[in-house]
Design a protein around this ligand. Structure first.
Ligand code: NDP
Ligand code: 2IT
Length: 448
C-alpha cells in the first residue's frame, strides 16, 4: 500500500496522465510500493524529483509502418520506441511484434527494463519498442519487408551509443537479421546497433540461450541461498515454447529437474515422462508449428486447449515464460494447492498483483521478472562489449559470465532487501537495488 506522501503524489500523477495504460500502471505501482523505505531514508531523491522523472520516458517515438503484402495489398502497422531512461547507459531493450502491442505495453516493458538493466551491473539504460504487426501466417518475404519498413524509420532514432534494440516476443534471429541489414544499408555503417545478431555478423555466443539459462541460474542460486535446495529431482512447469521457454527447459533438465509442460497461446502439452526438447525444438524452431503437434508425435503426452490450464499441473517449481499477466489469482492458488513452492519469472510481469499476493501469503520463493530474466539483456550487454572490442568470446566464457551475473543479482537483491528491512524478499530487493544505482546517477547528472 502506498503511504509515503511523495510516492502517493507521483503515483496519482501517473494515474492521471496514463490512466489508459493498465500494464504501465501495474508495473509502476509495484515498484513505487517497494521503494517507500528507500524514499523515506533518502530525502535527496524527492528534492531532485527522481521519481517523477523516473516514471516519465525521456522520449516516446511512435510511427507509421507501411509495407506491401504478398498479395500486393498495402498494410499499415504502428511502430514504437520508448527511450525511457539513459542515466546509466544508452537505452537498451527489446522489440516486440505482437497484435497486443500498444504504447502502454511498451512503456511497462521499458520501465521494467530500466531497473533490470541496472541489476545486471552493465552500463545500459532502459528502452523498449515494437509493433502491433502479427508475424503469424506471414511469409518470410512479408516479414522481411515489414522489418525493412520498420527499420527505415527506427534507424533515425537508434545507434550503438544512443539506443541498442534486441529481440522480444516474435523478434528472433530472422527479424534481427533483416533489421540489421536495413540499418546498415540506410546508415552505411557496420556497428553493434542491435544485439541478438547472427554469429556471422557480430552476434554473441550464448545470447540465444541467455534468458532461459539465466532464469535457471537465478532460480538455482535463490534455491541454494534461501532454501539450501536445488533443481535436482524437482518437477517443473514451464509455460510458452519460444526462445525463453525452450532454453529454460534445456537448463532445468541439465540441472536434474523434470520439466513436464510446454505451451503456446492456443493450449498446453503435459508429458508425465518429461518434455522431449528435441521435439519441441523441431516443432517451434524447425517449422514454426503449434505445440499441439507435440502430443500427436509423443505417445503418452496430452494436449489441452487453453494456455491457462498449464498452472493446474502439479509441480514443485513454476517458470512462466510466455507473456504478461499469464498467472492470475486463481492460477496462483491452483499452483499453491498442488504443492508449488517456487515461482521464478522468465516472461516480463507474468504474475498479476493478486497472484503475487498469493505467493507471498503462502511463503513461496518468488523471483521477479526484472531479476530472474535479466540474463538475456546481460548477454546483450556482453555482445555490445565484444562488438566494441571487435572480438568474440567462447560459449563457455560468455556462459560463465552470465552465471556469475545471475548469482550476483540474487546476492545484490537480498542485500538491498535486508538493508531496508525486507529480509528475504527478492521482489523488494530487486526493485531497490536496481533503483538506487539509477537514482544516484540521475541526481549526479542534474535535472534532465
Ligand atoms: P517468443 O516469441 O520466442 O515466444 C513467446 C511464447 O509465448 C510463444 O510460445 C507464444 O505462443 C507465447 N505467447 C505469446 N503471447 C502470448 C499470449 N498473449 N498468451 C499466451 N501465450 C503467449 O518470445 P520469447 O520467448 O522471447 O519471450 C517470452 C517472454 O519472455 C516475454 O514476456 C518476453 O518479454 C520475455 N523476455 C524475453 C527475453 C528474450 O531475450 N527473448 C528476455 C527477457 C524477457 P504463440 O506462438 O502462440 O504466440
Ligand atoms: O525483456 C528483455 O529483457 C528482452 N527482451 C531482452 C532485451 C535485450 O536488449 O537483450
Amino acid at each position: 500500500m502506498l503511504t509515503n506522501e511523495y510516492v502517493k503524489r507521483v503515483y496519482d500523477q501517473v494515474q492521471k496522465r496514463d490512466g489508459d495504460q493498465p500494464e504501465f500502471l501495474q508495473a509502476v505501482y509495484e515498484v513505487l510500493d517497494t521503494l517507500q523505505p528507500v524514499i523515506a531514508k533518502h530525502p535527496e531523491y524527492e528534492a531532485n524529483g527522481v521519481l517523477e522523472r523516473l516514471v516519465e520516458p525521456e522520449r516516446v517515438v511512435k510511427f507509421r509502418v507501411a509495407w506491401v503484402d504478398d498479395a500486393g495489398k498495402v498494410q499499415v502497422n504502428r511502430g514504437y520506441r520508448v527511450q525511457f531512461n539513459s542515466a546509466i547507459g544508452p537505452y537498451k531493450g527489446g522489440l516486440r511484434f505482437h497484435p497486443t502491442v500498444n504504447e502502454g505495453v511498451i512503456k511497462f516493458l521499458g520501465f521494467e527494463q530500466i531497473l533490470k538493466n541496472s541489476l545486471t551491473t552493465l552500463p545500459m539504460g532502459g528502452g523498449k519498442g515494437g509493433s502491433d504487426f502479427d508475424p503469424k501466417g506471414k511469409s518470410d518475404a512479408e516479414v522481411m519487408r515489414f522489418c525493412q519498413a520498420f527499420m527505415t524509420e527506427l534507424s533515425r532514432h537508434i545507434g550503438q551509443f544512443t539506443d541498442v534494440p534486441a529481440g522480444d516476443i516474435n523478434v528472433g534471429a530472422r527479424e534481427i537479421g533483416y533489421l540489421f541489414g536495413q540499418y546498415k544499408r540506410i546508415r552505411d555503417e557496420y556497428s553493434g546497433v542491435l544485439t541478438g545478431k547472427g554469429l556471422e555478423f557480430g552476434g554473441s555466443l550464448a545470447r540465444t540461450e541467455a534468458t532461459g539459462y539465466g532464469l535457471c541460474y537465478y532460480t538455482a542460486e535463490a534455491l541454494r541461498v534461501l532454501k539450501n535446495d536445488s533443481f535436482e529431482g524437482k518437477t517443473v512447469v514451464i509455460s510458452g515454447s519460444g526462445n525463453v521457454a525452450i532454453f529454460a527447459t534445456e537448463k532445468a533438465q541439465e540441472l536434474g529437474a523434470k520439466v513436464v509442460t510446454a505451451s503456446d497461446s492456443n493450449g498446453y502439452v503435459y508429458d508425465p515422462d518429461g518434455i522431449k526438447l528435441d521435439i519441441v525444438k523441431d516443432i517451434k524452431l524447425g517449422h514454426r508449428g503449434r505445440i499441439k503437434e507435440y502430443a500427436e508425435r509423443v505417445p503418452g503426452a496430452e494436449y489441452h486447449e487453453g494456455c491457462a490450464g498449464v498452472w493446474t499441473v502439479p509441480c514443485d517449481i513454476a517458470l512462466p515464460c510466455a507473456t504478461q499477466n499469464e498467472i492470475d489469482e486463481a492460477s496462483a492458488e491452483a499452483l499453491v494447492k498442488n504443492g508449488c513452492k517456487v515461482v521464478c519469472e522468465g516472461a516480463n510481469m507474468p504474475s498479476t498483483p493478486e497472484a503475487i499476493a498469493v505467493y507471498q501469503k503462502n511463503g513461496l520463493l518468488y523471483g521477479p521478472a526484472k531479476a530472474a530474466n535479466a540474463g538475456g539483456v546481460a548477454v546483450s550487454g556482453l555482445e555490445m562489449s565484444q562488438n566494441s572490442y571487435r572480438l568474440s568470446w567462447t560459449f563457455e566464457e560468455t556462459d560463465a559470465k552470465l552465471k556469475s551475473i545471475m548469482e550476483s543479482i540474487v546476492a545484490e537483491s537480498l542485500a538491498a532487501a535486508k538493508e531496508y528491512g525486507e529480509e528475504g524478499d527478492l521482489m523488494a530487493g530487486a526493485n531497490i537495488a536496481g533503483f538506487v544505482k539509477v537514482a544516484n546517477a540521475m541526481v549526479a547528472q542534474g535535472i534532465l
